[in-house]
Design a binder for this molecule. Structure first.
Ligand code: KIV
Length: 280
């Protein structure tokens, strides 16, 4: 059972996350719903409403199916279900790339309508104008470099980054650019291990790895992947800590058998004419 939500405002700030550079690893997970946020809040430092929500909950083939409205609705649910974790919401594709003005407007809407502490956006050197403008507007930004799922169509698939000298140099440039634009932390995804470790040593903001390196300042996974709920292919970098596919499938199978055999509902799940203390 999830513990009661604390009533005092003890949320971990983006500044506290930034200060964790080089310290105890920062524990991050994605969350998209109220009940999952309730369960995760006490265990993690940071909850991300990733645009992976489009794939994980809505069955889209890529994260390009996410909209600002979707991110806001799920951001609100996660904020209602958490009281302690730092909450970051992804800016989905098409809501920030065009200009700094567009990026600030989208970030402002997300923060105003959800109450989250920060936004995340994908991109390095190409997005420094957007990151700097959002930070100037008073909204903390988490960067996202390396494999960028919003570029999957442009890149022709999910390609690991940093396998050539040129690609390593580009990745280091991206990391330095995101840092100098004012991001409080940066996700490094789908990158050669030694490159992610090297970037972690070179920049002063925390790196959050996913398919990157154990030397990163923190780690993040998609919640449905790590609890074994993902029904399609699970990426190599995922460790499944539970097998909820089997748990749910077994529960549904047992329920179906009990309904068909009229074993459910049993005496404990129906009401008698006289009111009892156990009534719902
Ligand atoms: O959308 C997402 O879930 C993400 C994480 C995997 C970092 O960006």
């Amino acid at each position: 059972m999830a513990t009661e939500l604390p009533t005092t405002d003890i949320r971990i700030s983006t500044e506290a996350i930034r200060r964790r550079k080089g310290g105890t690893p920062i524990v991050c997970l994605t969350a998209y719903t109220y009940p999952v946020a309730r369960l995760l809040d006490e265990h993690v430092d940071l909850l991300l409403i990733g645009d992976s929500v489009a794939m994980v909950l809505y069955g889209h083939k890529t994260t390009l199916g996410a909209s600002l409205e979707m991110m806001i609705a799920h951001g609100q649910a996660v904020m209602r279900g958490s009281a302690r974790a730092c909450v970051v919401v992804d800016l989905p594709a098409g809501t920030y790339e065009a200009s700094a003005t567009q990026a600030v407007a989208s970030a402002r809407r997300v923060v105003d309508e959800t109450g989250c502490q920060a936004v995340k956006l994908e991109g390095g050197v190409d997005m420094i104008g957007q990151i700097a403008a959002i930070v100037d507007a008073g909204i903390p930004v988490m960067g996202h470099i390396g494999l960028q799922p919003q570029s999957v169509e442009k890149d022709g698939g999910y390609k690991i980054k940093g396998r050539t000298e040129e690609a390593v140099a580009a990745l280091v440039h991206d990391a330095l650019a995101v840092e100098s634009a004012g991001a409080f932390s940066v996700v490094i995804e789908g990158t050669v291990e030694a490159v992610a470790a090297d970037i972690t040593r070179r920049i002063a903001i925390p790196t959050i790895g996913i398919g990157a390196s154990g030397d990163c300042d923190g780690q993040i996974l998609v919640i449905d992947d790590m609890v074994g709920l993902t029904v399609d292919r699970v990426p190599k970098f995922v460790k499944e800590y539970a097998d909820l596919r089997s748990v749910i499938s077994h529960a549904a199978q047992t329920y179906a058998a009990e309904v068909r055999s009229r074993t459910f509902p049993g005496p404990g799940h129906v009401f008698s004419a006289t009111k009892s203390r156990d009534d719902a």
